[in-house]
Design a protein. Structure first.
Length: 69
């Protein structure tokens, strides 16, 4: 497993976090996503043999989310 921390500008309210979490956990290879509502920080645990960090970011951006590392 690999861990990464990303920031999603829109992930600061409960409803937005639920949407982002659902999107992430639907992706094959993502095991866990932990959110900090104060700043949109998401700690993602994933299997790098199934999905890359760039693919995770691409999925989020494809859904109109602003992502930074």
């Amino acid at each position: 497993m690999e861990n990464a921390t990303i920031y999603v500008k829109q992930a600061t309210s409960n409803s937005n976090i639920q949407d982002v979490e659902s999107l992430l956990l639907k992706s094959d290879g993502i095991e866990r996503a932990l959110f900090d509502t104060n700043d949109g920080e998401i700690k993602v645990e994933f299997d790098h043999q199934k999905i890359s960090l760039q693919q995770i970011i691409g999925t989020l951006e494809a859904h109109g989310l602003h992502v930074t590392i």
